[in-house]
Write a protein that binds this ligand. Structure first.
Ligand SMILES: *[C@@H]1O[C@H](CO)[C@@H](O)[C@H](O)[C@H]1NC(C)=O
Ligand SMILES: *[C@@H]1O[C@H](CO)[C@@H](O)[C@H](O)[C@H]1NC(C)=O
Ligand SMILES: *[C@@H]1O[C@H](CO)[C@@H](O)[C@H](O)[C@H]1NC(C)=O
Ligand SMILES: *[C@@H]1O[C@H](CO)[C@@H](O)[C@H](O)[C@H]1NC(C)=O
Ligand SMILES: *[C@@H]1O[C@H](CO)[C@@H](O)[C@H](O)[C@H]1NC(C)=O
Ligand SMILES: *[C@@H]1O[C@H](CO)[C@@H](O)[C@H](O)[C@H]1NC(C)=O
Ligand SMILES: *[C@@H]1O[C@H](CO)[C@@H](O)[C@H](O)[C@H]1NC(C)=O
Ligand SMILES: *[C@@H]1O[C@H](CO)[C@@H](O)[C@H](O)[C@H]1NC(C)=O
Ligand SMILES: *[C@@H]1O[C@H](CO)[C@@H](O)[C@H](O)[C@H]1NC(C)=O
Ligand SMILES: *[C@@H]1O[C@H](CO)[C@@H](O)[C@H](O)[C@H]1NC(C)=O
Ligand SMILES: *[C@@H]1O[C@H](CO)[C@@H](O)[C@H](O)[C@H]1NC(C)=O
Ligand SMILES: CC(=O)N[C@H]1CO[C@H](CO)[C@@H](O)[C@@H]1O
Length: 831
């Protein structure tokens, strides 16, 4: 077999624009439409023009923690029969409800390296969120990106490479939004660890910011994402949700984001600072103290934002812009078949049919759960993705696929059901049964969970294979003794991670180490001590130390199944028995110690009240670090075996006609026209008080002024409306076409010079090949793909260093290479 490759290079001359990013953080750029947004923007403008001040404030302000049905709700516009927005976790399915699907985690979607499967997963999730009456799905995630392997929430994203994560973001977002639901790209920005996440101040150089951490978000914006969530951490001492540089300048100006920014839950710290720095929606609307004791419930927006607008501290145009952005995202996804939106028909805070609508107030008992089944036929897709995201790391003596073995024995708690049921532990924070997702807010209830032992036993029965199993990880003599008699011994082991508010085995979100949990290494060693055909299956949230297993001749096969979701057992069955030929590639590098990764998390801050961290390693995370330091990992990024072999030949590189270069950011030297305002503001005190007789429930957040004593006189030095502003489109990124298949040729580009990694991923395609079949794979490179970020000119520029392209089956198994011809007007200098 052979895969022929042709490279097409889109290149263009460089256009530079001088600017100072730090001076350009104000004012907050106002939405203006643009490609993919014009129609939605026009509808939003019209809608917002008809709203009162209070109604506008209502749509920006959360009603409070547990105040309504969803994990976050905004106020509504009863006058127009427009209900408020419902925001619901998370990136792999709907949290806190029933009869929903539990999809494979983001890290598994990344491991497929398949645009098709990423898109289908997004569509299926979007259908489920739509069916429950949810407006915003709180996902996908590409922050954390995976700077450190212990990162507790790495599994919610697509892998430790910005290009892979960017493709995952774009496909997932387009899938979700095609089904009438707004996606939310999170967490913006530099939220790379759970430890200290609500305090840590992160510093990163501007080039790394662009080439690594912003990259997937840039792809999310280009895919038309409707919302972005700002994160808990600080960036250079300023909280992400009050940060004029990251939100106003980078996201809304440079990336030209037209949707809205919402806070992570409790990540808003100021009323004015957040509003002027580009926050558009406060979630959940009241103050969540770090100690998790409620109340105080001090809302920063709601009535307090109304007051600030009346006093001129927040200009009307800024409030109007918040609402236009929110409504533009709404109109953008509500088109065609999805014009209407179903009522919210579930309840996050209990599974009762009847309960308090306002749990925070314990009022308004009514029917809250309607138990709508939204699963459709998604189980088949979940099984397919589960199998096609399973990475075959080792396969010796043709151990796999299994061919009707005489007897199999299955070991490990991770192969078995949690005796208390798959949802027994709150937000999945335990390892009491097979692990099929991490823990925290990025989880969903399982509708059911097929444990590996269930699927394997059924298959053994059908094949007349003798079957036995042991779930105890600590009775090593029993394991060794059963293993001795089996023709294949299948050991299931785990290492999990999650979100900081829950700890499992003293792992407070981030993992404390890279070893297997639950006595996993000892269990594998015990089984392998008596069985020369030991097959190890890993359900881990990220890399674990595998050198001992790799070196053990009795361990004939190793598979990483990741966090596969509800069809776990069926998916691994398909791979083990060859119904699916493994095609996945590892979305991160596997090494033996955390130190080997060259990037250090901060578990113990010198100053625990003001922890600060600099990402000194720059762009050299994961495989880029291993290549630079010339150390071999156990298994590299992009690695994954198949039951067949592939040939690569005939690499051709073809420059494509120069495209037009679009500067990354254009900063206006002069003044723009004043920001637009929509509708009028009734400034009278009476107009902004709750209507006579309105019964407020405490502590629900309302848009009305808190009382007659509020002064609505203009505040001294209040913000002015006409300021400089500039925005421009980022350079385009082309999506490659869809090719289904089983090998994933990967394209790495060497940009040249010591400041660049040996190679960076810039293309991949899953190609299905019948035996003997040859297909040509075309990768298209964009200008950004062969550029570096110039921190002086604030632009993507093709540096003059000689560049190479490498094509291979992983970041190390390079099969073909070629030099990249210099685009017109450039001449390469040697690296
Ligand atoms: C704001 O939203 C709340 C909750 O939906 C609603 O009760 C209230 O009437 C709204 N206020 C206005 C002025 O529309
Ligand atoms: C705006 O951002 C810049 C760059 O981070 C920072 O120096 C400045 O203090 C910020 N301004 C405010 C008011 O936060
Ligand atoms: C406004 O802020 C004050 C002080 O933080 C708080 O007590 C009050 O509840 C807020 N008002 C509203 C309407 O949320
Ligand atoms: C999980 O298992 C541990 C020990 O095996 C037990 O103490 C705990 O109660 C279990 N958790 C749940 C929610 O079943
Ligand atoms: C074997 O698996 C079944 C579930 O399929 C479980 O009930 C049983 O406890 C397991 N046996 C042992 C010895 O762990
Ligand atoms: C280990 O398993 C064997 C065989 O099932 C049993 O006899 C023994 O009691 C077990 N030991 C422990 C400590 O559970
Ligand atoms: C690593 O952490 C896991 C989970 O807490 C624990 O079970 C294991 O013993 C730890 N490994 C080492 C070598 O301490
Ligand atoms: C491999 O298995 C055989 C039994 O088949 C055993 O004698 C040998 O010690 C095992 N080797 C290792 C490294 O566990
Ligand atoms: C309203 O303001 C007046 C004068 O400042 C003050 O005496 C009074 O206590 C205030 N009333 C309330 C309800 O805050
Ligand atoms: C970056 O841009 C500046 C200003 O345009 C230019 O002088 C410099 O040569 C550029 N750096 C590189 C490495 O191209
Ligand atoms: C490029 O490929 C040639 C064989 O075609 C090989 O000799 C050379 O070492 C390769 N270069 C690199 C950097 O991989
Ligand atoms: C590393 C580890 O915890 N190993 C334990 C595995 O289980 C056996 C039997 O309970 C213990 O003896 C080991 O210490």
């Amino acid at each position: 077999m052979a895969v022929f490759l042709r490279l097409a290079v889109v290149a263009a001359a460089t256009a530079a624009a001088a600017s100072d990013p730090y001076a350009a953080g104000y004012p907050s750029p106002w939405a203006s439409g643009g490609p993919g947004w014009d129609e939605a923007y026009a509808k939003a403008k019209e809608f917002v023009s008809g709203l009162t001040l209070l109604e506008k404030v209502n749509l920006t302000s959360g009603t409070g923690w547990q105040a309504d049905e969803c994990v976050g709700n905004t106020g509504s516009v009863p006058r127009l029969g427009f209900r408020g927005f419902c925001m619901q976790d998370g990136p792999l399915g709907i949290r806190f409800t029933d009869q929903n699907s539990a999809f494979p985690a983001g890290i598994n979607a990344g491991a497929t390296f398949s645009r098709r499967l990423m898109r289908l997963r997004g569509e299926a999730m979007g259908e489920e969120f739509y069916g429950k009456g949810i407006d915003v799905q709180l996902g996908p995630a590409s922050g954390p990106l995976g700077r450190v392997p212990q990162g507790g929430r790495n599994w919610e994203g697509f892998g430790a490479d910005p290009y892979l994560a960017g493709v995952g973001m774009a496909e997932t977002i387009q899938g979700i939004q095609s089904r009438g639901v707004i996606a939310c790209a999170k967490h913006w920005l530099l939220n790379e660890q759970e430890t200290y996440r609500e305090k840590v101040s992160v510093t990163v150089d501007d080039r790394t910011m662009h080439e690594l951490y912003m990259w997937p978000f840039a792809d999310a914006v280009r895919a038309g994402v409707g919302s972005v969530m700002c994160s808990y951490n600080k960036i250079e001492s300023i909280y992400a949700c009050e940060n004029n540089w990251t939100t106003n300048y980078l996201l809304k100006n440079e990336l030209n984001f037209q949707g809205f920014v919402m806070s992570d839950w409790g990540a808003q710290h100021t009323k004015l600072g957040s509003a002027l720095s580009g926050l558009d929606m406060a979630m959940p609307g009241d103050f969540m103290s770090a100690s998790k004791t409620y109340p105080p419930y001090n809302a920063m927006w709601g009535g307090n934002l109304t007051e600030s607008v009346l006093r001129g501290e927040v200009p009307q145009w800024r409030l109007d812009d918040m609402v236009v952005r929110i409504m533009a995202a709404y109109f953008k996804v509500h088109t065609g078949k999805y014009t209407a939106r179903p009522d919210t028909n579930f309840y996050s805070w209990s599974q009762n049919a009847v309960d308090f609508l306002h749990k925070s107030s314990k009022t308004h008992r009514q029917v809250v759960n309607k138990f709508v089944n939204v699963q459709g036929n998604h189980a088949a897709l979940i099984r397919e993705i589960g199998a096609k995201s399973t990475v075959l790391l080792k396969n010796t003596y043709s151990a796999l696929p299994l061919r009707r073995p005489t007897s199999i024995a299955v070991f490990g708690r991770d192969a078995h059901d949690d005796p208390a049921g798959p949802n027994a532990c709150p937000d999945r924070a335990c390892i009491n049964g097979t692990v099929a997702m991490g823990w925290g807010s990025g989880t969903a209830n399982f509708p059911y969970l097929i444990a590996p032992v269930t699927a394997l036993r059924a298959r053994a029965l059908a094949d007349a294979t003798l079957f036995a199993n042991i779930s105890d990880n600590y009775n090593l003599s029993a394991a060794a003794s059963l293993a001795a008699s089996a023709s294949a011994a299948l050991v299931f082991v785990t290492a999990n991670s999650g979100e900081a508010y829950l700890s499992v085995d003293a792992n407070a979100g981030d993992r404390n180490n890279l070893t297997l949990w639950d006595n996993g290494s000892a269990l594998v060693a015990a089984v392998a001590s008596t069985n020369p055909n030991t097959i190890v299956i890993l359900h881990t949230a990220g890399p674990v130390a595998l050198a001992a297993l790799k070196a053990n001749p009795n361990v004939t096969a190793i598979l990483w199944a990741g966090l596969p979701g509800q069809e776990s057992g069926n998916a691994i069955l398909d791979v083990l028995y060859g119904a699916v030929n493994p095609q996945a590639k590892s979305p991160f590098t596997w090494a033996e110690t955390p130190e080997a990764y060259g990037a250090t998390p901060m578990f113990k801050a010198a100053d625990p009240l003001n922890p600060a961290q600099t990402f000194d390693e720059g762009v050299f995370i994961d495989y880029r670090h291993f290549q630079r330091s010339n150390t071999r990992p156990t298994y590299e990024f992009g690695f994954g075996l198949s039951y067949t072999a592939f040939g690569y030949a005939n690499l051709r590189v073809t420059p494509v006609v120069d495209g037009v270069a679009v500067p990354a950011a254009v900063v206006n030297a002069g003044r723009t026209a004043a920001a637009p305002t929509f509708g009028t503001v009734d400034r009278r005190l009476e107009a902004n008080l709750a209507p006579e007789g309105f019964e407020k429930v405490w502590p629900y957040v309302y848009p009305w002024l808190s009382g007659r004593n509020v002064s609505v006189a203009p505040a001294p030095g209040a913000a002015v409306t006409a300021m400089t502003n500039g925005s421009a489109q980022g350079a385009d990124v082309s999506n490659e076409g869809e090719v289904a298949g089983t090998e994933v040729p990967q394209l790495y580009v060497q940009l040249g010079g010591t400041e660049n990694p040996w190679g960076v991923l810039r293309g991949f395609e899953d190609v299905h090949l019948e035996p003997g079949e040859t297909k040509t794979v075309v990768f298209e490179l964009t200008r950004r793909d062969i550029s570096n970020w110039n921190t002086t000119s604030q632009n993507w520029e093709i540096w003059g260093k000689e560049k190479f392209v490498f094509v291979g089956s992983s970041s190390e198994k390079i099969r073909l290479n070629a030099t990249l011809p210099a685009p017109k007007g450039l001449r390469w200098t040697a690296s």
